[in-house]
Design a protein around this ligand. Structure first.
Ligand SMILES: [Zn+2]
Ligand SMILES: [Zn+2]
Length: 353
């Protein structure tokens, strides 16, 4: 079964070709269909900002490392007991790449994100098919296309970020980073009643995109004084909620200065594991009483992400589509930053819009 994979560990951005990481299409065996499993013929699988981190060996260095966790598809086969959620062959679906076991201490304590057995079903989805446990699979609403459906997983991350902000209606919100998660978080926070909604992003196209989809303000952190602009926008108070969706080591520290007294800062990206952020405890935690938190995976967020999906504006995030055989070009396009998001078509379905 053809599967997109990391075939050589290294940075995909390395200018030196001899040390650069490599993506390829490899042949991996199709997974066995267990009694509670669902085999999905994958329609679309989107490239995630975390995929280049996998190429760098963040989660292991044994190649090939199969990629793809943001996918949609059509149910092709069901295990004999995989019908409890009402799934049928032919259903259009998307889902969670992690299966939470439901029996470990973390699962039983309301913290699925720390499930001790969640790797069991974490399988590559940039492939012709993927087999998941039925608990991972969600049927797409009729008004969501397969192409839009592959954004269910990143939408679940935006929902999880929103959960961690504990936003209140009317809160002033800033989001740093205008990649897909930042853009989705922006739309989710807008629906949450965010005000003074600001995107902080150095790339002009991404700022413009945010302004088209609900941002009240867009700030260029390179060309403008971010702290001064934040003060101007919030009447000198700062934002109640600040979200980092950039993962930029240059951006993360300044976000503490634009949060208001008692505000919340959510570090909602992946960060290099050799990076440490200095934190002035007296200023930020004592005098300012900030709440700092992060996001690892998105437990309990998929049902709500599914509810939101038909209401989000996703066209710009699904405009760049490459075929599975062109996966190398797709990753080059992703790394180039030319498109807000790059999607890989793993199989064609006639009825898809
Ligand atoms: Zn992702
Ligand atoms: Zn568990």
């Amino acid at each position: 079964m053809r599967t997109v994979a990391v075939t050589k560990i290294g940075s995909l951005r390395d200018p030196d070709e001899t040390t650069r990481g490599r993506i390829g299409v490899v042949d991996l065996p199709e997974q066995e269909l267990g009694p509670e499993d669902v085999r999905i013929r994958v329609a679309y699988s989107a490239i995630c900002g975390s995929d280049p981190h996998l190429a760098e060996g963040f989660f292991g260095t044994d190649v090939p490392i199969g990629l793809g966790h943001e996918l949609s598809g059509v149910v092709e086969a069901l295990g004999e007991r995989a019908t409890r959620g009402g799934l049928r062959v032919g259903d259009r679906v998307a889902g969670n790449f992690l299966k939470f076991c439901g029996t470990c201490r973390a699962c039983n304590d309301g913290r699925q994100q720390f499930c001790e057995n969640s790797k069991e079903y974490n399988r590559p989805g940039m492939a012709e098919t993927i087999t998941w446990h039925e608990s991972q699979v969600y049927r797409l609403p009729d008004d969501v296309s397969l192409l839009q459906g592959c954004l269910l997983e990143p939408t679940s991350v935006a929902v999880r970020i929103a959960d961690k902000t504990r936003v209140r209606v009317g809160d002033r919100v800033a989001i740093c980073g205008g990649g897909p998660i930042g853009q989705l978080a922006l739309q989710v926070m807008r629906r949450h009643g965010a005000t003074s909604l600001t995107l902080i992003e150095p790339i002009a196209e991404r700022r413009e995109m945010a302004l088209r989809h609900g941002a009240d303000f867009a700030v260029d952190p390179v060309g403008e004084d971010q702290t001064a602009r934040a003060a101007e926008i919030t009447g000198g108070r700062g934002y109640d909620v600040v979200i980092d969706a950039s993962g930029s080591t240059r951006a993360v520290r300044g976000l503490l200065d634009i949060a208001t007294l008692g505000g919340t800062v959510v570090y909602g990206a992946m960060y290099p594991d050799d990076f440490e952020m200095p934190l002035h405890l007296s200023d930020y935690l004592y005098l300012k009483e900030l709440t700092l938190t992060g996001v690892f995976v998105s437990p309990y967020a998929f049902p709500r992400a599914l509810q939101l999906l038909p209401h989000l504006e996703l066209d710009e995030l699904t405009a760049a589509v490459f075929d599975l055989d062109d996966a190398v070009a797709a990753f080059e396009a992703h790394v180039s930053g030319r498109h807000p998001k790059v999607v890989i078509r793993c199989n064609s379905f006639e009825d898809d819009a």
